[in-house]
Design a protein around this ligand. Sequence first.
Ligand code: FAD
Length: 415
Amino acid sequence: MSEPPVAFETYDVMIVGGGPNGLAMALALGGKAAQPKAKVLVVDTRDPRGFAAAGNDTRGSALTVATQNVFRALGCWDDLQPHVAEMRDIIVTDGTGRHEDRPALLSFAADAVRPSAAVITENCHINAALMAAVDRAPEIVVRGGVTVTDILTDKGQAQLRFADGTVARAPLLVGADGRNSFVRQHLGIAVDGHADGQTALTFSIAHDLPHGNRAEEHFSPQGVFALLPLPGNRSSIVWGTTPDHAEQLMAMDKDAFEAALTERVGRHLGTLRLDGKRQAYPLKRQVAQTIVGPRTALIGDAAHIIHPLAGLGLNLGFKDVATLADCVSEALRRGEDHGSVQVLDRYATWRRFDIVTTIAAMEGMSALFVNDWPVLAFLRRTGLRLVDKMPSLKSSLMTEAAGMTGTLPRLMRGM
Ligand SMILES: Cc1cc2nc3c(=O)[nH]c(=O)nc-3n(C[C@H](O)[C@H](O)[C@H](O)COP(=O)(O)OP(=O)(O)OC[C@H]3O[C@@H](n4cnc5c(N)ncnc54)[C@H](O)[C@@H]3O)c2cc1C
């Protein structure tokens, strides 16, 4: 008896990975902002809809002005806005010792001239807002709980084979499947990078006293401790520390954990209460040696992972999304092959400089801040105090932090 014919589904673009970057990519090409609209398939091993609804990601993210523009253009801002808090001030300290004994070495207060560079929200709200917009976009198909078993790229098409025997094909495949990207590995693209030897705990807290929309970054040799303001008397925490200490903190019951947290934070926010789950992320830095392959582009953590100390990871991914959307949409408008070498090369060339400079800046900051070499400790204290006294330098740093520099793709320009 002959094998039954394989059912082919045909799309304009297929995306592996329905995390924030994969969903944003789907919306940029097949949602409200797309000109013209592409037929998009998103596949994920977990169910992105269920994952978003369960609030499973405890990370908070700082969204730059450029990234906020992308959310507006994708039609997600109205859903997200009630859950964001403006970051009107940032203080940086040499975070050793008690909170009361740590002077702010550097502070960036927003004012009428320098509006705030970013807002903070919890990733669960980002995922939910993106998923709600995807559900309003008839051109986007999301298939959760799916295993990709093979990827073929030939004859002007990329093909995905799934564990249930079905096959989908499209002229362009996007790998948005996170740090251990199957797509990247399948293409044989190597990565440069290393583990940090640190783990970051992420969680939200409620506190008695207001945070005044001030973010705090406390740097110490063990890692970064960041308090990021959320709406109301709540904050999102990134607690970078050694893997052993992280394991101890994760094993503590709620009371013991809250006591350890109060010891680390101090009493300036009043009583602190853990609000939800804790998650632990082993930190690593990683960059793919190329972000394109035959009929394929990599975006987000599949392409690069940076240290979370400046809260830029998701923002870097959204730049990939907006840039690839420009390159692909232009080809679609002209009726050209949108998965061709020319389109993919344009994407890779446009992104290369920004990715390399952001990674270099993060490496430098991490070497300067998360280091117990006494000379560096002295340099960072004096250096930060000097920067604090230079308003024009602080102003340019804030413009950089808002993500509004360089040649911005359409979705980031706020039009
Ligand atoms: C502690 C910490 C704090 C951070 N803080 C910030 C911050 O303040 N600001 C900021 O901008 N960024 C921050 N980041 C970075 C940011 O969270 C990530 O860059 C972002 O979540 C990456 O999104 P992504 O969609 O690329 O990948 P992911 O969120 O990892 O999504 C990948 C998706 O692919 C799916 N998948 C995986 N493998 C497969 C497969 N084989 N087949 C199908 N699907 C698959 C997964 O199920 C998942 O849904 C932080 C990161 C960490 C670790």
